[in-house]
Design a protein around this ligand. Structure first.
Ligand code: FAD
Length: 363
């Protein structure tokens, strides 16, 4: 692992995008949160403020050189765009994890990181019902996007909020003090329920049912380890909560980049696409889906700025829905079986598989 003061080209100008669309941001502060998690506050220069404007719940993708490869990892912003002047990411060590341990051990104030602009859909709807309770479920490092949403809602809205926050033990609770402070300041609106594996064991469907007894009919956000998320999500669905009211963010690393294969060409599409229609920002565009290209590449070639971030099928920033025809995914670490069945796909990994394809990007 490169351990210099700059992990990206130090001679590159700070405000300019690299060939892959990333920017250099300097680490303005490092906050040790727990024994195995720390926050990095990033300095976004004036000329990049618009580019790095974000919604509560979104993430940044960081590119880190490691053993001759460039590894991309997503980190949700734990800061609130309404309360904090600069974005802050919080990274928890993963056993054997390369980037998370490097971020915790090596990164210092003044270092430069290679960062892609904010992305992601784990966000409140712009027209959310102000009367509707918000129920947030976080496990471990899954608190990061949830904390951003929580602070923002308390700052700007009126909705009652419940946070159910599961951790291994008390020492591993990230943001313990800020949460206590928020609960004191907003005692009429915020309820924080801590669950500790060391006390209650892992969260069970029965516990989730009990927690939800007085908190039904809300909007739910879930982020944490996969078994925690699965338990909460399946219990909510079994209780009859509508799928559209449940938002999930799954943390995972993308597969390592594969070395380029000489003289290889992309796999031929099962069915080439003759006409591609893209619904984006309320407008309809008809374009060519060039053979061998991904949906994202064809959109870009036609000059369409569709949302994207990691471009490795891991972050979900380029999620869109296939409304006509069919596509084939080269790689997918983010969409659930249900989302695939509902027609969702990832533009960065989608290849054409029907003569006529129409896709819609969410607003
Ligand atoms: C949208 C999104 C938001 C996220 N936000 C956050 C956040 O706010 N905070 C946070 O801490 N994390 C977050 N993550 C997770 C983060 O992106 C990384 O996945 C995490 O930090 C682990 O990366 P790593 O490089 O340390 O681990 P990796 O090196 O990718 O390893 C991950 C696991 O795989 C194992 N492993 C690695 N290589 C191999 C191999 N060759 N064979 C077998 N096993 C292997 C490791 O031992 C480890 O257990 C987020 C992820 C997503 C998708």
């Amino acid at each position: 692992m490169n351990t210099g003061t700059s992990i990206c080209d130090p001679s590159a100008p700070a405000g300019a995008a690299s060939a892959t669309g990333s920017f250099r941001l300097q680490v303005a502060a490092v906050i040790e949160e727990t024994a195995d998690a720390r926050s990095l506050v990033l300095d976004v220069p004036r000329e990049l403020r618009e580019r790095f404007r974000y919604k509560p719940g979104q993430f940044l993708s960081v590119r880190v050189p490691c053993a001759g490869q460039l590894l991309t990892r997503c980190y949700s912003m734990a800061s609130s765009p309404l309360c904090d002047p600069q974005p802050k990411i919080t990274v928890k060590r993963v056993a054997g994890g390369r980037v998370s341990n490097w971020m915790n051990q090596q990164v210092q104030v003044g270092d430069w990181l290679e960062v892609l602009p904010p992305a992601g859909h784990f966000c409140l709807a712009a027209d959310a019902d102000e009367q509707r309770p918000l129920v947030l479920f976080a496990g471990g490092s899954g608190i990061t996007p949830v904390f951003s949403i929580l602070q923002s809602v308390l700052h700007a809205g009126h909705r009652p909020v419940t946070l159910v926050y599961a951790n291994r033990d008390e020492a591993s609770v990230i943001f313990k003090e800020p949460l206590q402070q928020l609960a004191r300041t907003h005692e009429q609106r915020l309820e924080v329920l801590h669950l500790l594996d060391s006390v209650q064991g892992f969260v069970t469907p029965t516990q989730v049912r009990q927690l939800l007894r007085l908190r039904r009919g809300g909007e739910y956000f879930i982020c944490g380890p996969a078994p925690f998320m699965d338990t909460v999500e399946s219990t909510l669905l079994a209780l009859g909560e509508p799928r559209q009211a449940i938002h999930v963010e799954r943390f995972a690393s993308p597969p390592d980049p594969r070395p380029p294969v000489q003289n290889s060409s992309p796999p031929a599409p099962a069915q080439p696409c003759q006409s591609l229609t893209v619904e984006l920002d309320g407008q309809s565009h008809t374009l060519a889906w060039r053979p061998g290209e991904t949906l994202l590449q064809s959109c870009r070639a036609a000059g369409l700025e569709v949302p994207a971030s990691c471009e490795e099928g891991i972050c979900g920033a380029c999620m869109c829905r296939v409304e006509q025809g069919r596509t084939r995914l080269a790689s997918n670490a983010v969409l659930s079986a249900q989302e695939l069945a509902d027609g969702w796909t990832l533009a960065c990994q989608s290849h054409a598989d029907a003569p006529l394809v129409r896709v819609r990007f969410p607003d």
